[in-house]
Ligand binder design. Structure first.
Ligand SMILES: [Zn+2]
Length: 252
């Protein structure tokens, strides 16, 4: 019941560098009251890639959960507008980890909204420029200072009830997922992926420490989850049972 028609993924014509203004409706999907997935598609040499930042309403405004690729702010703001918010409503950006597909647009977001930036303490040095992003091949997005360093268990008050930071390292240092106990909704970041509506293991290719990432899957299986948004692969109407099964397969 939380699906909307506009939640479907859109395809981009081959060779098109980005979605064009005035093109198809920029997709968003309501995941719970005040929680939206904001999909973003970019064209790579291998074909289009779709990623799934999210947004959650709070009394202070909108908190973005990851901000997507650099130079794709139009897509992010367009999807947020379709979810009923001006981009200027953003008051904070919470980054799950350092990778450029999640944090690349951070400097642009801060420029435009003066958003408060939040990330795990172990992620902060990569965002603020003390360290270069590990997977960036030296080509980094503009550094941005982190205002609030997160640790496991921190809870933010949102329109969907508390949103809890869950420390899920392995894919990258200081990776976090977000859990909404009132909605039994998990925003997994890259701690999990999804494939055709099923939750799937973290990417083998892009995960730095797979043993640690496996432990994080085990950790997530202890939460009472009904549905899951994965940054790569999107929404899965699956939770604890499917995550526990994945974990059992990974440790077998
Ligand atoms: Zn990613």
């Amino acid at each position: 019941m939380f699906f909307t028609e506009s939640g479907r993924e859109i395809t981009v014509a081959a060779g098109s560098p980005t979605l064009k203004r005035g093109g198809p409706v920029r997709p968003h999907m309501q995941l719970a009251d005040g929680v939206y997935a904001l999909s973003q598609t970019v064209e790579h040499e291998e074909g289009p890639t779709t990623v799934h930042p999210a947004a959650v309403e709070t009394e202070r405004g909108v908190v973005l959960l990851d901000v997507g690729f650099r130079d794709q702010l139009d897509q992010l703001s367009g999807a947020l507008e379709n979810a009923g918010h001006d981009f200027e409503d953003v008051w904070a950006a919470l980054i799950t980890h350092q990778d450029g597909d999640h944090a690349g647009a951070l400097a642009d977001v801060v420029d435009r909204t003066d958003a408060v930036v939040m990330a795990h303490r172990e992620c902060a040095p990569y965002l603020d420029g003390r360290e270069d992003p590990i997977k960036g091949d030296g080509d980094r997005y503009p550094p941005v200072s982190v205002d609030v360093e997160l640790v496991d268990g921190v809870r933010l008050s949102t329109a969907a009830g508390p949103m809890e930071v869950v420390f899920t390292p392995g894919h990258a240092p200081g990776h976090v997922s977000l859990y909404f106990p009132g909605e039994k909704l998990l925003i997994a970041g890259d701690a999990l992926t999804a494939r055709e509506g099923d939750v799937a293991p973290p990417s083998e290719e892009y995960t730095l420490d797979y043993e640690e990432a496996t432990e994080s899957v085990g950790r997530l299986s202890e939460y009472d989850v009904f549905r899951t948004l994965c940054y790569h692969g999107g929404f899965a109407e699956q939770g604890t049972g499917a995550i526990a099964k994945l974990w059992n397969e990974l440790v077998a």
